[in-house]
Design a protein around this ligand. Structure first.
Ligand code: ANZ
Ligand code: ZN
Length: 986
């Protein structure tokens, strides 16, 4: 028998497809377009990673399905080729980085081609190609001209090993994201991009895109928008006139509870008031120590709090005019808010930890509130009593059953004027019979809104929580147990059990305050706040801010993007510094930023990266480019005088911020991409930014926003706050200057899990556990590898590589191969095949749906089930087998193409249309089989869909009805109509 020879088949079809330009994406075609995108790889020296193959195959499947659905698909590929590893390798081997890049991209290209991905190779791009980076530079200059790029001396994260400044995003737990080395803060002049000017749009427009929810959440957290207020605290009057301290708070409603001020150690206040501070030495030492810690070390909750009081100065709480101390502590950061906080230890966890340690006063100002306010509430006072048996560390609960509120502590109403403890003791005795208890703790007033179903009334209750300890176990009998309507069972539960079983918010609140010793950080009703007492905390935010002359304010965690690197292998920043132009013509010009920095004229772009002798960065932190005098010295484009080039280069997030646009028109040398082509591939409409902002009606705006962008972009979660946010920023900028037609780059974003080595470790050269795809393709074939990577596990989760398990998908393809020898071309067979109709149509439906929701693993298993069913048949109809091949084709493009041609079909299976399923033929899980006896319906019964013909017939014959009618006679004829009917004639 003929063998499944994957090598011959795969190389044969790859050549044919290449010759025929099978995956050519036609610009401005009449067909609807579909743009599929994967993150273009960094061509590392290690070659293609099996992780690349997983995400590329997934998107290849989607691209192929879209083509079969009639779309003109763009599925492009290119190289994100600037970057440190190439540069470091070049330094080590003294090879020019462009040579290293060429070698690496050649390898990647060969490998990707060997896997049969349906990329349009005519659109291949490379970020290190001057024809490409000309436009990266052009975009930068546009930003520069609009004031979005500026030079600033900042303390940046400096990686000691890489000798490079890092963005905040590139520092993970204080370590360099690239090399894992130690970082420190260094003052450096850096080019910055003002991404913060786009913070609101980056935040709000997330509502207009279809990204996985976890991606949106990460971006929102990263932007970290908080609404709050800035409030000034005056100093205790002294001989001089000190500036007030401005704090940022999200909880101005808690102002009356602010019992001290904390400043970031780097806060200006300290140098400005040093004369006044009496413990200077202690303060200065603390500041020095704080500088050595990372942000994460400084702000973690639960971390031992440190700080120093500034002796000799005091602030005044503007709400109640009380004098309060001022501290410096490293848990307050310089670059967030105003770098100063009002501490409210009663309602903020970190402030509370600090106050405990320094023995500062804790004044509660918010009475906790649970539940939702309801209309027409009735007021009532009540108690929640927690009884603890300290010997067993268990808590007394009443289990009322699911309908009546589940597990609760003892609770009950309080008569008017009745003391809470008296009420609690009464309820405990009545409901549980325990008498000898000792009160050990009590909450303040809390509030709870709920609907009492038993009484059909909405309630607003004022609740006091009480904590008792059992003195002994004496328990009198209660009459409740006998009473039908008050049926509950007493249960002693551990802390964990209480937290697991109890659902009532207010009872849980009492437990958290009394037993878990937590502080209350939620909303509620004001107390200890003079005229604001009794006010809702949300409402009080603005009122109190206004009362003290503060200002409502929004702040962001997002920082501007550090956009320069003192390294060689990146895009040169196309600016020139001219001393002459730096001199202000008028005195008020001095205020301008970027004085003396002149843009290289557009017609001189690209500024080429010059050849250098040595790529090694310098310890002074200057780029190696600074050493090439002939390159650095230029004429000022503006005044013609002597000037110097910027020698810093761009970070490697630059080229990837707009690459998806270049794919639309990769060879254009006039503009970054032709407008008409961009409109075709990126937008459904061609509304410009200017038109959008003038579009008054918001539904028009909405339509424009939601109809633009790459149709489907898949990539790693590690890029959510870097690449994905940066490219959204660049895109919005390009939209604003009219270079692109929509304001979001990607309509839809999904994400894949990583492929780990056996043992769930990351694959790495040093561990020697890297799988080389070339070996797998050689031994098992590209189709098997693709199928295996889709079958490994849920696409969005990390999966563990197992070479042993590849054999499964390989055997499956061999089975398909063998099955093709049992094809019966006789078309009447199609109906004779009706036994597999159910499974076939179920498979069409399932595979289609699974591809859309990226459940590739279950799609593959459904294909496997179908093959097993087909395998049971004597022969298979050609038509049905062809439908199966079309479903398998996106997963295993080579073997399906081969079999398709063997069956005498032309041209390619990949230009066929996607199969449709017939709802009426779908395989149900269960059938109702009608029993006909001598032509009349006499009954029916249910069978599982997997039950075969013989068993179904047997079941019909054995049924009571049939036996009654047959009455001992044998049947002459039994006919089975699949999934429907058994007809018996006697
Ligand atoms: C008083 C207060 C009372 C606060 C309360 C919270 C709860 P998010 O939501 O993350 O924006 N804060 C302000 N600036 C800070 C800084 N530079 N370093 C550290 N903490 C700072 O957090 C805003 C809250 O974090 C602010 O509101 C402030 O504490 C603190 F019951 O003010 B709050
Ligand atoms: Zn000049």
């Amino acid at each position: 028998m003929r063998q499944y020879n994957h090598k011959g088949i795969e190389s044969k079809w790859q050549k044919v497809w290449e010759k025929e330009d099978a995956n050519y994406a036609e610009d401005n075609s009449d067909k609807p377009k579909y743009y599929c995108l994967i993150e273009f790889p960094y061509p590392s020296g290690d070659g293609l990673h099996v992780g690349h193959i997983r995400s590329n195959t997934a998107m290849d499947i989607i691209a192929r399905k879209r083509r079969a659905e009639g779309y003109n698909v763009l599925y492009p590929i290119g190289w994100d080729a600037f970057g440190l590893p190439t540069e470091n390798y070049a330094i080590k081997t003294k090879t020019p980085p462009e040579e290293v890049t060429k070698k690496n991209t050649d390898t990647f290209r060969r490998q990707l081609k060997s896997l049969g991905f349906s990329f349009d190779w005519s659109r291949e791009i490379n970020t290190t190609d001057p024809k490409y980076y000309k436009w990266t530079q052009w975009i930068f200059l546009e930003m520069f001209k609009k004031g979005l790029a500026y030079k600033k001396k900042t303390a940046i994260n400096w990686c000691i090993d890489c000798k490079i400044g890092l963005a905040n995003e590139e520092v993970v737990s204080g370590l360099c994201e690239r090399c894992g080395g130690v970082t420190e803060k260094r003052e450096k002049e850096q080019w910055m991009l003002a991404i913060t000017k786009y913070a609101d749009r980056l935040y709000d427009d997330l509502d207009t895109v279809d990204y996985l929810e976890k991606i949106k959440i990460q971006q929102r957290n990263w932007i970290g928008r908080s609404n709050g207020a800035e409030i000034e605290f005056n100093l205790q009057p002294t001989t001089y006139n000190p500036q007030p301290i401005k704090v940022f708070t999200t909880r101005p409603d808690t102002l009356f509870g602010a019992t001290y001020i904390v400043l970031a150690p780097e806060h200006d206040f300290i140098t400005n008031n040093l004369q006044q501070i009496t413990n200077k030495d202690e303060v200065e030492k603390y500041i020095r120590d704080a500088k050595k810690k990372t942000e994460i070390e400084r702000t973690a909750e639960g971390k031992e709090k440190t700080g120093v009081e500034l002796k000799g100065v005091k602030a005044i709480n503007p709400a109640n005019k009380e004098e309060i101390p001022i501290f410096i502590a490293d848990y307050v950061l310089k670059d967030y808010g105003t770098g100063a906080i009002m501490a409210v230890p009663a309602h903020d966890v970190r402030d509370y930890e600090f106050a405990k340690k320094f023995n500062l006063s804790v004044v509660p100002v918010i009475e906790p509130e649970t539940g939702k306010k309801l209309p027409e509430e009735q007021f009532r006072s009540s108690i929640v009593a927690i009884v603890e048996d300290t010997q067993t560390s268990k808590f007394l609960t009443l289990n009322w059953g699911q309908k009546l509120g589940g597990t609760l502590f003892v609770g009950g109403g309080r008569e008017e004027g009745e003391d809470a403890e008296v009420a609690a003791r009464r309820e405990i005795a009545e409901e549980t019979g325990y008498l000898n208890i000792e009160l050990v703790g009590k909450t303040g007033r809390t509030h709870h809104h709920y609907f009492a179903f038993s009484k059909n009334v909405a309630r607003n209750t004022e609740v006091i929580g009480l904590h008792f300890k059992l003195v002994d176990r004496e328990q009198k009998s209660t009459n409740h147990q006998a009473d039908e309507k008050d049926k509950f069972t007493l249960e002693w539960l551990t802390k964990e059990e209480v937290l697991g079983k109890m659902e009532d918010e207010n009872h849980l609140l009492a437990f958290s305050l009394l037993n878990l010793k937590e502080i209350y950080t939620g909303k509620g009703i004001l107390t200890n706040s003079d005229q604001f007492d009794g006010m809702d905390s949300e409402e009080a935010k603005e009122k109190i801010t206004k009362f003290v002359g503060g200002e409502m304010k929004t702040t962001y965690k997002l920082r501007d993007w550090v956009f320069s690197r003192q390294r060689y292998w990146g895009e040169p920043i196309p600016l020139v510094y001219c001393v002459h132009c730096a001199e202000p013509a008028t005195s008020n010009q001095k205020l301008e930023t970027n004085m003396g920095w002149v843009a290289v004229p557009e017609e001189e772009l690209p500024v080429l990266l010059p050849k250098v002798e040595a790529y090694t960065p310098t310890d002074t932190g200057e780029s190696p480019l600074a050493k090439i005098e002939s390159w650095v010295k230029v004429k000022c484009p503006k005044c013609g005088g002597p000037a110097k080039r910027e020698t810093d280069t761009m970070p490697n997030w630059a080229g990837s911020s707009w690459y998806y646009l270049r794919y639309c028109d990769p060879h254009n040398d006039k503009v970054l991409a032709d407008k008409a082509k961009l409109n075709y591939w990126m937008t459904a409409s061609s509304v410009r930014g200017s038109e959008l902002s003038s579009a008054k009606d918001s539904t028009t705006q909405q339509r424009v926003l939601t109809s633009t962008g790459v149709d489907w972009y898949n990539g790693g979660m590690e890029h959510t706050t870097l690449h994905l946010l940066y490219s959204r920023f660049w895109h919005k900028f390009l939209f604003d200057i009219g270079a692109v037609g929509g304001s979001e780059p990607y309509k839809k974003r999904t994400s894949h899990g990583m492929v780990l080595a056996e043992g769930k470790e990351k694959m790495s050269k040093s561990k020697g556990n890297v799988i080389n795809p070339d070996d797998i393709v050689e031994i098992y074939g590209a189709d098997t590898l693709r199928l295996y990577e889709m079958f490994m596990g849920p696409f969005d989760q990390a999966v563990e590589w197992s070479t042993k398990n590849i054999i499964g998908p390989r055997r499956f393809l061999e089975k398909v191969w063998k099955l093709s020898t049992r094809i019966n071309a006789d078309e009447t067979r199609i109906n004779a095949d009706n036994k597999i109709f159910g499974q076939l149509h179920k498979t069409i439906k399932k595979v289609g749906g699974d591809i859309e929701s990226m459940r590739f693993n279950t799609a593959v298993s459904e294909l496997m089930i179908l093959v097993n069913e087909m395998g049971k048949q004597e022969s298979i109809s050609k038509t049905n087998f062809e439908i199966f091949l079309k479903l398998l084709a996106p997963f295993a493009p080579h073997i399906t193409e081969e079999l398709w041609h063997e069956l005498g079909n032309e041209p390619s299976i990949h230009s066929e249309t996607w199969p449709k399923y017939d709802e009426s033929k779908l395989l149900a899980d269960e059938y109702t089989i009608v029993v006909q006896i001598n032509g009349k319906v006499r009954g029916n019964f249910k069978v599982s869909a997997s039950l075969g013909e013989e068993e179904t017939k047997k079941k019909a014959l054995e049924s009571e009805t049939t036996q009654k009618w047959l009455n001992g006679k044998g049947p002459k004829k039994v006919v089975y109509v699949a999934g429907k009917l058994v007809s018996i004639v006697f």
